[in-house]
Write a protein that binds this ligand. Structure first.
Ligand code: RIB
Ligand code: CA
Length: 309
């Protein structure tokens, strides 16, 4: 595996707990990933940014900028989906209102960092793709200057065993943005539900995380516990951490090149991702799609990193 990867994490942190877990995995994998910035997207980006800032502070990281991104989907008449109302509850206090995201907008930060680090920066997108699509529109040169883009999003057809169509949340939130990104020709690795539904954390794992006893792990354990109460389950999926982990150990997943189309106009199908065979010389049609995961090895890596002191 190559050396340290410089990354920006673009996230809708705060709703599903897995974004916070992806950020924690990044913060605890400094030997593999060099987190340059966090950008937030979809819904209350101010609040999402404060959650990210607080987690960074709990890890002792004061110099990683967090930038607010775009609140609404690109087509402004599409709704903001999935805002649960619980975001930040039990984690942020009135004191955290002093946590300030940077002045620069997320879209400008993505553009300036990709162009500054020409060919060295990887974008890890674990929320709706609005910020990245807007960055492509504003500065198309980022397409040829980004090292890679890892996207948690979409579904191919393998995950539910029945091959039924399924619209994944991050794509459904902003299908037009997803269409722009997937047709851009950027070097994309797609981590769809087909693989992320195979990886999860269970209530019984909380004991091991709590036993570490640092402010960060205590906060993470409470966040997971609160989220399990909200979704009324004893487990929750690790969609976003798996996307990040593909940069830490690419052997965790098996990939195949495919062309990804995004449905934007169907009455029932808007937000679906359609995978077609990749054709030679079709630059827009070479998305590396994760089609299988070594779930046990991922789980081992995830727990070891989260519980490392
Ligand atoms: O469908 C899973 C995705 O939606 C994850 O990124 C999760 O955090 C939620 O936003
Ligand atoms: Ca997410």
């Amino acid at each position: 595996m190559e050396t340290l990867r410089k990354i920006i994490l673009d996230t809708d942190i705060g709703t599903d707990v897995d974004d916070a877990l992806a950020l924690t995995l990044a913060m605890k994998s400094r030997q593999d990933v060099d987190l340059q910035a966090v950008t937030t997207v979809h819904g209350n980006v101010e609040l999402r940014s404060r959650i990210a800032l607080k987690l960074l502070r709990l890890a002792g990281l004061k110099n990683i900028p967090v930038a607010r991104g775009i609140e609404r989907p690109l087509l402004m008449d599409r709704p903001i989906l999935g805002w649960g109302g619980h975001e930040g509850r039990g984690f942020l206090t009135s004191k955290d209102e002093a946590l300030n995201p940077c002045e620069q907008h997320a879209v400008d930060l993505i553009i300036s960092e990709v162009m500054r680090m020409k060919g060295e920066l990887t974008l890890v997108c674990v929320g709706p793709l609005t910020n990245l699509a807007a960055a492509i529109i504003k500065e198309p040169r980022i397409i040829d200057n980004v090292k890679g883009v890892v996207i948690m999003g979409g579904a191919i057809r393998l995950f539910n065993g029945l091959n039924l169509p399924y619209r994944e949340h991050n794509i459904l939130c902003d299908p037009e943005a997803a269409k722009i990104v997937f047709s851009s020709g950027m070097p994309i690795t797609m981590v769809p539900l087909d693989v992320t539904f195979k990886v999860y954390i269970e209530r019984e794992d909380l004991e091991r995380i709590r036993a570490v006893g640092t402010p960060l792990t205590d906060a993470v354990a409470s966040m997971i516990e609160d989220y399990l109460k909200i979704v009324k389950r004893n487990y929750t999926w690790l969609h976003d951490p798996l996307a990040l982990a593909t940069l830490i150990d690419e052997s965790l997943v098996k990939t195949m090149n495919m062309k990804i189309l995004v449905e934007t106009r169907g009455e029932y199908t808007t937000g679906l991702t359609l995978a077609l065979p990749a054709k030679q010389n079709d630059k827009q049609g070479q998305v590396k799609v994760c089609v299988d995961v070594d779930a046990n090895s991922f789980r081992k890596l995830f727990m070891e990193r989260i519980c490392a002191r």
